[in-house]
Design a protein around this ligand. Sequence first.
Ligand code: DCS
Length: 486
Amino acid sequence: MSFIKTPAVTLESINPKVRKCEYAVRGEIINHAHRLQRELETEPGSHPFDEIVYCNLGNPQALGQQPITFFREVLALCEHPALLDRDDNLALFSSDAIARACEILDLLPGRETGAYSHSQGAKGLREAIAAGIASRDGFPSNADDIFLTDGASPAVQTMIQLLIRTEKDGILCPIPQYPLYSASVTLHGGSLVPYYLNESTGWGLEILHLKNQLEGASSQGVAVRALVVINPGNPTGQVLSEENQKEIVEFCRKDGLVLLADEVYQENVYAGDKKFNSFKRIARSMGYERDELSLVSFHSVSKGYYGEGGKRGGYMELCGFSTDVKDQIYKVASVNLCSNILGQILSSLIMNPPKVGDESYESFAAEKERILSSLARRAKALEDAFNKLEGVTCNKVEGAMYLFPRLQLPNRAIKAAKIANAAPDAFYTHRLLDATGIVVVPGSGFGQVPGTWHIRCTILPEEDKIPALVSRLRAFHSSFMEEFRD
Ligand code: DCS
């Protein structure tokens, strides 16, 4: 009998889709930052700065954001229920955190965070989330439509995996986009069909353009199966208007596209004249019920005022999918057994935070307000700072956690980048890091109109560090522009 000889595992012999997939927010520039950090540790004073400021990742607690006390109290009690047995311990916790932890423990198999739950997530926690969604939207939500996941990322990947059969299946994705989408489409062997957000109208989403892109794709034999909308936007920071959302719902309904609504930044809205509306609320308020629109809404414990990215919690709510399709999604979820239980608990907490009259309410509300108002001030300060730099324009940060300024770079800088075999924005971010220790991500990692250059910078550094950050940025930028002046 003859066997086909299997190749050794080398870069050339692994799955080419894995090789092709890219994820810039943890890409080359971050490896370089880690190298510099090690050098600073082993040889203090070896660089013109004494710390690396990580503005590449939307990772709030890594940059000093404090967790919400009520959430942590409930998690601590659930994790170690023996604390509940001693009165002197109980004095450390608020009465509503104690009551909530007891309720939650009763929902878990064996009253344990260490036991697997139902693969879709513990039913009682899904019911709590459904109640939270219903009170947010004013329309009912069903626990059976909710799948709890280890953050929004695996939920997005599950849906992309479900929808893509061959490279002739396409997903309409915004450009610029958060690279989870491009990476997942590549990994699953589909086609990314881009639609460009319009920078000159504050990253507006234009329906006519969507239609053109859809038609263009189908003329090339690509069946567009879904539209991704990130609202509030990453990296672009825009918050969609209700009118625009209605047009999007109508577009998806008419063409039978699944609307993949990434709403992980729903609590991060800073513009006074903007408000977050879930696509679920918009669709229901237009009178569209389950059969008329297929909608998946993604949420996460990683962002908002809670910023608990390391806890890996999130969920997707599926509306307008038949039971047999949901059974298949359930089967795939079962392959992973279940998402982690602390993440599941946190998801139920962010959707049901303390209410007026609860013992924790006032301190909870104060913590939340302190974080969100500070983020709004930081967004404004950085936006103003970028707009004051020569050749830089930055749209308003209406929501989310990022600035995405556009850089008009001198031709000599573009030529120097070419010689260094780098994209001009990557060249700029590299120089910025070497000169200041500030890590930002080149716009090319998110996609941008060809010939335009951007960087993405989070608004997350602590507020008292912003003035120093701005002055380092300003000094670097003017010397860069001087060095490469045409
Ligand atoms: N969707 C969007 C729009 C995101 O920005 C992120 C994370 C996710 C989904 C996935 O988050 P979780 O899996 O943690 O729920 N944002 C990344 C970013 O741009 N910087 O940090 C993480």
